[in-house]
Design a protein around this ligand. Structure first.
Ligand code: ATP
Length: 498
């Protein structure tokens, strides 16, 4: 199925402003995405980020709450799955156990009807079944593609997991869909088989030229196989690009942390091409940030060089582990524990100097630093939000029952060990070390995310309480808060245009 040069630059799928809400939970949040014909695109993100829901909407198994899905420039948002030229391979192979490999693959072809090129008396196109020879030719071709040429007569229940998955893929591609969706198809295989199948799938994709959209939470799998990766969290796309772009130039700290080993630090841009972190100025390749703008930056472990005598930062080796072809060392320098990979080992306790070249530093816009919630003034000096009541002080002019926007800076939220000591309870869902503090994400019992900047270390899954001092809560009438946000957006847009 060769792709013409012109078709290669077509978008086969366009997802426009697609949102999916289940019972008040936003699973997919205003996603926009264009997939080119013949590409291998992977949806990557942690469990619950909305990957499967997005895939199911492309397949037609779920309908968007709002937004449009276009396939070859046609709006297919409400078209049922069987009328879309799309097929899906799931983690569970769902093969027919009572028939052999050949018949499993031929099944869909027997149901298929193709145009004869003729029309009936009313002018409607006439369809026909495929002949036995046509079916045989197609089944044999895909058996070869999935490396199961001599397995046609075998009982599917006697095959290994990898072989069964290859039969499932053969069955999905034999009807020549324009797009193949794969939902964690290698999830049930052991590690060795997974790695083999990753390479086979990538080769298969090249050979057949069908557009693949693949779902996984395994970043290595995504980096190995894809032309492009969509990194998602909380239903939203964080970054869309080639594996190299996403690895080398992550859009934000979440992407940097999710893709590969990384040192993520806080810094300050002193000028174009000059950033300060760990008390030291470093040359970098980035420009266009404000003077003294606070930024996040990522340094990959393999981009840090170690010397016994000189370098930008002095540190001490805290640990060292041999990883097969290099040593992974933890080095404490200026209160930040750097992860460093090098082929030469330095002994634990040794004093070393670290250097980082301009191309080893990637600067990212700082993500939000303030939590924002909608709430209601519940008494003269309390505001209710996120399932709790909190005291606040700026209540001048706010009446009981007023709908308000509540703001709390990340570093003003206090977490308590015992949830009973907090105003509300929550679970820790993510922690990122930022150089001199941790950024902790907690999920409240009221289904809201809170961000907390803290020097204390918390573990994922920890049960915590949340407290906020009255002085640290800013409360604004919601209408007024929306006006302020709109004014800020206009200012940013006109700055961008300039
Ligand atoms: P995983 O890797 O664990 O499969 P995912 O990234 O594919 O996760 P989704 O399965 O798309 O995530 O789920 C996204 C969110 O939507 C989750 O909070 C999930 O609980 C919710 N969700 C998904 N399907 C439904 C449904 N049918 N009804 C209610 N909530 C749903």
């Amino acid at each position: 199925m060769a792709i013409t040069a012109r078709e290669k630059f077509d978008n086969i799928i366009e997802i426009k402003n697609v949102t999916k809400i289940f019972d008040g939970i936003t699973a997919v949040d205003n996603v926009n995405l264009a997939v080119r014909r013949g590409e291998f695109v992977t949806l990557l993100g942690p469990s619950g980020c909305g990957k499967t829901t997005l895939l199911r909407m492309i397949a037609g198994f779920a309908m968007p709450t709002s937004g449009t899905i276009m396939l070859e420039k046609q709006d297919v948002t409400t078209v049922p799955p069987h009328l879309r030229p799309i097929n899906t391979v799931f983690q569970k192979y769902a093969l027919f156990p009572h028939i052999n490999v050949y018949k499993n693959i031929a099944y869909g072809l027997k149901l298929k009807r193709v145009l004869t090129g003729e029309v009936d008396k009313k002018g409607n196109p006439i369809y026909r079944k495929l002949s036995k020879d046509e079916i045989d030719e197609k089944v044999k071709r895909v058996l070869k593609l999935v490396n199961l040429e001599s397995y046609g007569h075998r009982d599917v229940t006697g095959l290994s997991g990898g072989q069964q998955q290859r039969v499932a893929i053969a069955r999905a591609i034999v009807c020549e869909p324009k797009v193949l969706l794969l939902d964690e198809p290698l999830g049930a295989l052991d590690l060795k088989m997974r790695k083999e199948m990753q390479l086979e799938l990538a080769a298969m994709h090249k050979n057949i030229g069908i557009t693949f959209i693949y779902v996984t939470h395994d970043q290595e799998e995504a980096l190995t196989m894809s032309d492009k990766i969509v990194v998602m969290t909380d239903g939203a796309v964080q970054q869309y690009g080639t594996p190299k772009k996403i690895y080398d130039e992550p859009a934000n700290a979440f992407v940097a942390d999710f893709i590969g080993e990384s040192n993520i630090l806080s810094g300050v841009m002193k000028s174009d091409f000059l950033v300060e972190f760990c008390g030291t100025k470093f040359k970098c390749m980035d420009k266009g940030f404000g003077k003294d703008e606070r930024v996040d930056l990522v340094v990959r472990p393999e981009d840090i060089s170690i010397d016994g005598k000189k370098g930008a930062l002095k540190g001490e080796v805290v640990s060292s582990v041999f990883k097969g072809t290099y040593y992974e060392m933890e080095i404490l320098a200026e209160d930040y524990q750097f992860t460093v990979q090098n082929t030469v080992e330095r002994a634990v306790g040794e004093t070393v100097f670290l250097s980082i070249g301009p191309d080893g530093i990637h600067i990212m816009k700082k993500l939000k630093t303030v939590n924002e919630f909608d709430g209601v003034v519940s008494s003269e000096n309390t505001v209710a939000f996120c399932g709790g009541e909190f005291e606040f002080v700026n209540f001048d002019g706010l009446e009981k029952g007023a709908e308000v926007r509540v703001k709390i800076p990340f570093d003003k939220v206090e977490l308590t060990d015992d949830e009973k000591d907090g105003a509300i309870g929550a679970n820790v869902t993510q922690t990122l070390y930022k150089g001199s503090y941790y950024q902790v994400q907690v999920y409240t019992d009221d289904d809201t995310d809170f961000f907390v900047d803290t020097v204390d270390e918390w573990d994922m899954g920890d049960r915590v309480g949340i407290n906020i001092k009255p002085d640290d809560i800013t409360v604004t009438l919601r209408e007024r808060a929306d006006e302020i946000a709109a004014e800020e957006n206009t200012t940013e847009d006109s700055a961008d245009e300039r």
